[in-house]
Design a protein around this ligand. Structure first.
Ligand code: GTQ
Length: 345
């Protein structure tokens, strides 16, 4: 690939006149915006150990009351994008949210899609469009674009969960905003109960126009059982992974980000091929090694890390006796919509 002309090669008066007329020559920038074969990525592999994050989050609970926070969150920011950009990857925002006993995070709705992965504590609920979802450790709770949601906590201990939002994408597209609301009346009907068994869905006879997001809570007990069952039924299966899907359509649970649960068998080393989407790994149970792009992380329970796209990732379970369970979030639905999803090697 031959060298292209540089900006400095052009006479100053010409450059000045272009700038004055809001014009830019392409050729000095062409290789930056269309690099050869591999995109330039600001996303760095980063590990956020829970052991160091947790005391800082609990301290936020002492320093900042709910009225001053609305959402008491420490953002897991990737320094490759600049901390103030509050991105883990181009399309993914990660936050650890704390709710103390008796607290209420008021109702609002916003354009970004969010999910919660519950890390610790019992007794909290998130009410989404009137459906009150219990929050147990490892549960995945959706708050899809535009749906009212609020969090409350009646249990005895602090509750912490991981928020994953497509906020950076929405912000980039200049479509990110929120609307504040009042406490939601709770409606009967629970998606996690109506869709508790794979392949069996409710058949409305009298009602019409069901929700676009019929299942809002994916209990960890069910996802874990699915993984254990899959591993037992297919002893030769390399990647024991399930995807959180919309039970009515079978497609991704949300529009832009993909959510999966993955089980590593005792002693397993799993090499994931290089694929275009950035990924986030969070340990629900056990521990895992994550090797990506020259970084090697030892993830303990409740730890989180991210990996840039177009890089192979090796996951290892060093326990000889216990499986490890990971929550994986990625940008695959977005990449498929953009028509750029690819696997390499
Ligand atoms: O719980 O609604 O981490 O609106 C960031 C923005 C959580 C939430 C975040 C939010 C929320």
């Amino acid at each position: 690939m031959h060298e292209l002309g540089r900006l400095e090669d052009l006479p100053q008066d010409y450059r000045d006149e272009l700038a004055a007329r809001n014009l830019v020559p392409l050729w000095p920038n062409l290789r930056n915006v269309l690099p050869p074969r591999v995109p330039s990525r600001n996303t760095r592999p980063i590990h956020w150990p829970y052991a160091t994050l947790r005391p800082l989050l609990l301290r936020a609970g002492e320093l900042t009351p709910m009225q001053k926070a609305e959402r008491r969150v420490l953002v897991l920011a990737n320094p490759g994008h600049g901390l103030e950009a509050m991105k883990a990857s181009p399309a993914m925002y990660l936050g650890m949210q704390l709710l103390l006993p008796g607290e209420w995070a008021p109702a609002h709705r916003h354009t970004p899609n969010a999910v919660r992965m519950v890390v610790e504590g019992r007794g909290a609920t998130t009410t989404v469009s009137g459906e009150k979802c219990p929050m147990e450790r490892g549960d995945l709770i959706l708050t899809p674009t535009g749906e009212w949601h609020e969090h409350e906590h009646d249990g005895p201990d602090p509750v912490v969960w991981l928020d994953v939002l497509d906020l950076p994408l929405m912000f980039y597209a200049e479509v990110s905003y929120a609307v504040e609301g009042a406490r939601q009346p709770v409606k009967p009907g629970r998606g996690d109960q109506a869709y508790a068994h794979g392949g069996i869905v409710p058949t409305p006879v009298f009602e019409r126009g069901g929700s676009a997001y019929p299942m809002l809570r994916y209990p960890w007990a069910q996802a874990r059982a699915a993984l254990v069952g899959l591993a037992a039924s297919q002893p030769g299966l390399e990647a024991v992974q399930v995807t959180y899907v919309n039970p009515e359509t079978g497609r991704d649970a949300q529009n832009n980000l993909g959510f999966h649960a993955l089980m590593l068998r005792p002693g397993q080393v799993l090499r994931l091929p290089a694929r275009s989407p950035s990924q986030v790994f969070h340990v629900i149970e056990g521990a895992a090694g994550v090797d990506v792009a020259g970084s090697a992380f030892a993830l303990a329970e409740a730890d989180t890390c991210c990996a840039p796209g177009y890089e192979a990732v090796t996951l290892s379970n060093h326990s000889a006796t216990e499986p490890a369970f990971l929550f994986v979030a990625d940008e695959s639905p977005l990449h498929r919509k953009l028509g750029v999803y690819e696997t390499r090697d």
